[in-house]
Design a protein around this ligand. Structure first.
Ligand code: PMV
Length: 332
């Protein structure tokens, strides 16, 4: 039987980099999803098709008001590594030895720091399980998807796999011991974000290493910045829970300034943040590891103006609602 599962992308609202050192971060699921279709085979072959994966930085077009980016096969190849690893991990976990046809589609650009690799892993695991008659709990998918990310990348934070599996909003902390604390937040008002993407000039690993080097050079100063970022996440949680978007926006601005102080922002990201604020966003910050990638602007009122301003500034832009449902089996 052919089945489908989908899993959402994510944004880090607060706490990237500081989360590596045990401070809390707040992440939210995006209303943009990755879909995996799975069909068991009678032999043991695994066939993967990912023709529809959208990759940033290539051909951009609009179809029915939706941003569509044409596929670049070079960038799709790494995405396929997540699919095959996910099949391997799920097959081992469920002790299933049959082959499968898997097809992947994405509503988001891949590799832009929106958690697509974890979403690919979670959707594939869930579709593979459903195709063989199994239903997995969200926590199980979170742990398996994390295993996939670690298997492909060598090192991965549990943030992306947790949020794509469980959805909504999570306050996450993890220490060096490996224990993960995930707290689901009940947010009354779903904030509207405008997300802009600029080309990445550095990878997550390099950005994490840069922060580690600075911390090594001057532990007092950089440790204090990371501690402050952690404190922002705690304040942001309160603002989110009471639906206070103005305060949330100001806290995003402070978070961006601290990320810049850590050295992970770029001129383009700083400009994009500034442009969004000037166009009426309540707040804006880079999201994810930095070195290029995405900026999120909180724009409950002036989303049109913010979107146009960010687009004119040369970034690829889309709007996103937060708090989407985690991984799920889809009716076909
Ligand atoms: O850019 P992303 O989505 O890979 O974000 C990385 C988040 C960091 O906090 C910088 C790293 C981590 O392991 O948590």
């Amino acid at each position: 039987m052919r089945v489908a599962a989908s899993a959402p992308g994510k944004v880090t609202l607060f706490g990237e980099h500081a989360v590596v050192y045990g401070h809390p971060a707040i992440v939210a699921a995006l209303d943009k999803r990755v879909y995996a279709y799975a069909e068991p085979r009678s032999d043991d072959v695994v066939k993967i098709s990912a023709k529809d994966l959208r990759v940033p930085g290539l051909i951009v077009s609009y179809v029915g008001g939706e941003l569509v980016l044409e596929t670049d096969y070079g960038a799709v190849l790494p995405a396929i590594a997540y699919v095959s690893k996910a099949v391997e991990v799920a097959a081992r976990y469920l002790d299933v030895r049959k082959g499968v046809n898997v097809e992947i589609r994405s509503e988001m650009p891949v590799g832009a720091g929106l958690g697509t690799s974890a979403a690919v892993a979670a959707a594939t695991i869930t579709a593979f399980a459903a195709a063989h008659g199994y239903e997995l709990a969200g926590e199980e998918v979170a742990n398996l998807a994390w295993e996939v990310e670690k298997g492909v990348q060598g090192i991965a934070s549990p943030m992306d796999s947790s949020i794509t599996a469980l959805g909504g909003y999570l306050k996450i902390s993890y220490g060096s011991g490996g224990a993960i604390e995930r707290v689901a937040l009940k947010v009354p008002k779903e904030p509207l974000l405008v997300v802009g993407y600029v080309e990445r000039v550095a990878r997550t690993k390099e950005m994490v290493e840069l922060v580690r080097a600075r911390l090594f050079e001057n532990p007092d100063l950089y440790g204090e910045i990371l501690r402050l970022i952690g404190r922002l996440a705690v304040e942001a949680e309160k603002a989110l829970l009471r639906g206070d978007l103005r305060t949330l926006g100001s806290l995003m601005n402070v978070n961006h300034a601290l990320l810049d102080a850590l050295g992970v922002s770029t001129r383009r990201l700083n400009e994009l943040v500034q442009v969004a604020r000037e166009a009426g966003a309540y707040g804006a910050k880079l999201t994810g590891a930095g070195g290029g990638g995405c900026v999120i602007a909180l724009a409950p009122e002036n989303a049109d103006a913010v979107e146009v301003a960010m687009r004119l500034h040369g970034s690829m832009v889309f709007r996103a609602r937060l708090g989407a449902e985690g991984v799920r089996v889809e009716a076909l």
